[in-house]
Design a protein around this ligand. Sequence first.
Ligand code: ATP
Ligand code: MG
Length: 567
Amino acid sequence: MENQIIPEEEKTGRSLNFIEEIIEEDLKNNVNEGRVHTRFPPEPNGYLHIGHAKSICLNFGLGKKYNGKTNLRFDDTNPVKEDVEYVDSIMEDVRWLGFDWEDRLFYASDYFEQLYEYAVILIRKGKAYVCDMSAEEISETRGTPTRPGKESPYRNRSVEENLDLFARMRADEFPDGTRVLRAKIDMTSPNMHMRDPILYRILHATHHRTGDAWCIYPMYDFAHGQSDSIERITHSICTLEFEVHRPLYDWFIREIGIYAPRQIEFARLNLSYTVMSKRKLLELVQQNLVTGWDDPRMPTVCGLRRRGYTPESIRNFADTIGVAKRDNVIDVGLLEFCIREDLNKRADRIMAVINPVKMIIDNYPEGLVEEMEAVNNPEDESKGKRMVPFSREIYIEREDFMEDPPKKFFRLFPGGEVRLRSAYIVKCESLVKDPQTGEITEIHCTYDQETRSGMPQSNRKVKGTLHWVSVNHAVEAEVRLYDRLFSKENPDDAEEGKDYKDYLNPESLKTVKGFIEPSVKKAVAGDKFQFERLGYFVVDKDSANDRLVFSRTVTLKDSWARIEKNQ
Ligand code: ATP
Ligand code: MG
């Protein structure tokens, strides 16, 4: 047998999700001769987002799991909104996520001739007709869910007349909007999608692949299922809103008389503090509310990539949330948890100070530089160690010092002691302030030579450990501190008179100057680090030879784990 089924729980300790249950049942009953063939069918009218990533992981994941295949198919039936820019970015993103469609890259537009033939079959059977009503008339006569629709006066045209008119629609005899081809189903159906839906419309638009070869284009519903059938997709997985389209999906396949894939719906991914509709993401880009599709605050795959997310973290996220049958909202904290977990293992630690105050170690010899040994990743010994220069003047984080500390403040204060990470214990002796503003400009300390890290006599313990960067050796960088793009948990749920754009978080980007240890000089765009005690950061593509730009991927604070614990 090609598909030996090992019970899921034996393999992974996880039970089957409902889609896997359906597939395994089909395999058991030898439906499709044991084949599993899925597809990811994006419409190339925008960049992929994390919701699409979920669907990609699901479809390609099932293909892999059941020794099957997964196609990438562009459902490119709407020339007005589509573009090759999107086609290219989608392919890049699917590959980056770690999936491979091998030689199975398809376009619904490749099937335009075949789809036309299918429409002709329906006309011949008396199951489709050319309707001369305008778009408004059609929508007015559709009725409502509680009120039946009215039949079109053109509904009972003869087969011959329909064939002739449809051919002439294709032959460019009529202007846009003057005629459509409709299925002849049931204007009283409780399912609105079955009330003589439109199959073809006249549209004089240049298609990004077929150019001006066509002036009629199939509607999504007429193209999608038939494309699945042509590709012999066994399980056509889509999101819940297509559940009400399923009777139509099955009707087309049955009436045309072609191979029948099985449509299965699951709940689309929604994330808190995020909008996911392509229309809204496009609007954010077009109105310059973000810097582009790959703005690190965008939930797009290219935005997440630029933000420092790894493919592994996204796949792990998709796996963790599983598939649901009902709509729900996932806490964006879970996504942040997944990248934090991955980068904890992957990212080298370095020291960077982003809100500096100068510390002068008065008893440290002027001009002396000592190279301090620092561990690159305590989670992974194989990552080795590096040397960090230490000198008399260093930067520490302003928040790590308080002149009048509350109890249990374990960082530095007058008379207090802290360890400087990988270096010495220092004691605060005095302060220098700006006479005008009162702001602290220098913290003067003494160091205890006996306390150098790693040395046998360095056992003396103090409560706090601070990160630092030597002033003379620091590399300056632009540091972009990103936060969530929206300040409302569900930005789609706007108050009256407002919309999601009214909930943009004004604090979603703060740019500061950072001082970073010199080992960072070798870093290139895409390199990921943990800035000790500050968070995970990635080198941004805006970096150039003389300019280093870092973006914060995520803070170290693990809000998700805390939420879970409190529940
Ligand atoms: P949008 O509504 O944002 O425009 P879409 O569903 O129209 O998105 P498509 O390009 O048609 O975008 O989607 C390709 C595939 O990705 C479809 O199978 C769709 O069901 C799936 N998909 C889209 N959004 C999500 C989501 N939020 N969660 C899971 N799957 C999704
Ligand atoms: Mg869609």
